[in-house]
Design a protein around this ligand. Structure first.
Ligand code: FAD
Length: 355
């Protein structure tokens, strides 16, 4: 049996733990310690609640693709909670300096979750039986000794280590390990401030734009605003009479949202709605959340590949996250499954962890 440490309790780290436990059926036996810096799992997947309505602060849309997030939901009994896009919802628009235009996009089958997307990481943890989750445990140092990996000095030894963190954290975390992770510096993260707001049903004088799922804003059109989603128009589980739930996204390429204080973002949000959608009553509920490593801009040539060769040495090292194949939750889930198979192959090749 091997001991594996996973650092990061977002969907990438959790799916890896789940996938590895599923491989037990194929003879792989791994004890897993999963370290998460904050007080809960899920990472950027965060659901807030207004009354009985879920308000997604992170991802709201799970793309249905092979070995992706929707398939994972089905595996862990969350299928009944999956809801699709409202049949009457009009597609998103593009806001340019000239006004609103159709947004050219490819239709993908997407779902959200009636009980909030954060159900996915929460329920996933209930399926982990060989994994110990350490919350509020930030890992700040990694070393590799004769007998394996050690974290924060005394946590170890582990035969395997997988870092399911933003790429930007890797160079510092692996500073004492003789491994070149300079490629991780090429992964640029765009921060985002997400302003979620709830309005009474009749708050907007002109409701025409609310029939769309939202709009993308071209950089030159609106300083700092990148997109708006009408969650209550988009997803089928909000009934017609539900309050209006919307989110605006603020950040590069136009501006770094950290230049604004929280109340400035709220003012920007209201001004943008006044200008783009029209006069409306003030919101009855708001929530602002900031993501500093929100959306990785993936460099050409999959630089992370250079780390794969570490999978062939005595002690396994893997890296995981949206910078590997794509930024979506389903990309992260698929990559975590791939990583689990690669780990199993390594364990097989050095004849550890096989019962
Ligand atoms: C605002 C927003 C909207 C999005 N919308 C969508 C969408 O609609 N559909 C979609 O498919 N995708 C969407 N995405 C992308 C998707 O949500 C993410 O790519 C994915 O959830 C990333 O998961 P992860 O586990 O790799 O990383 P994270 O969620 O970032 O998890 C990393 C975890 O590691 C922990 N951690 C960090 N440092 C340490 C440390 N030193 N020690 C221990 N733990 C540490 C963090 O606390 C965190 O829990 C969105 C992202 C954002 C930010």
């Amino acid at each position: 049996m091997t001991r594996l440490a996973i650092v990061g309790g977002g969907i990438s780290g959790l799916t890896l733990a789940y996938a590895l436990e599923q491989l037990e059926n194929e003879g792989l036996r791994t004890d897993i310690d999963l370290y998460e810096a904050t007080s809960e799992v899920g990472g950027v997947i965060q659901t807030a609640w207004y009354d009985t309505w879920p308000v997604e602060l992170g991802p709201d849309s799970l793309v249905d693709r092979q070995r992706g997030a929707v398939e994972l939901c089905r595996r862990i009994g969350l299928e009944k909670n999956l809801v699709g896009i409202r049949a009457s919802a009009k597609p998103p628009l593009m806001r340019t300096a000239e006004g609103f235009k159709p947004f050219p996009h490819t239709e993908t089958r997407s779902y959200t979750m009636a009980g909030g997307v954060s159900q996915l990481p929460q329920v996933l943890t209930q399926f982990l039986h060989r994994t110990t989750i350490y919350l509020r445990t930030a890992i700040s140092q990694v070393v590799r000794n004769e007998d394996g990996w050690y974290l924060n000095g005394d946590r170890g030894p582990y035969r395997g280590l997988v870092l399911a963190l933003p790429a930007s954290a890797l160079p510092d975390l692996l500073r004492d390990v003789d491994i070149d992770v300079s490629w991780a510096k090429q992964v640029v993260y765009h921060p985002r401030a997400v302003m979620a707001a709830v309005y009474d049903r009749d708050s907007f004088v002109d409701q025409a734009l609310l029939a769309h799922t939202g709009f993308i804003v071209s950089p030159e059109a609106e300083l700092g605003l990148t997109a708006l989603t009408w969650l209550s128009s988009k997803w089928a589980h909000y009934p017609e009479g539900a309050p209006i739930i919307c989110r605006t996204f603020w950040g590069p390429p136009a501006r770094d949202p950290d230049q604004w204080l929280d109340d400035e973002v709220q003012t920007l949000h209201e001004n943008a709605l006044n200008r783009l959608v029209g006069p409306h009553d003030p919101p009855i509920w708001t929530k602002l959340v900031r993501y500093h490593t929100a959306l990785p801009q993936i460099p050409q040539g999959s630089a992370w590949q250079s780390s794969v060769r570490f999978a062939n040495v005595r002690f396994y090292l893997g890296v995981l996250g949206p910078y590997r194949e794509g930024p979506g939750v389903s990309d992260c889930v698929r990559v975590a499954w791939e990583e689990a198979y690669r780990y199993a192959q390594w364990a097989n090749s050095i004849n550890v962890g096989l019962s």
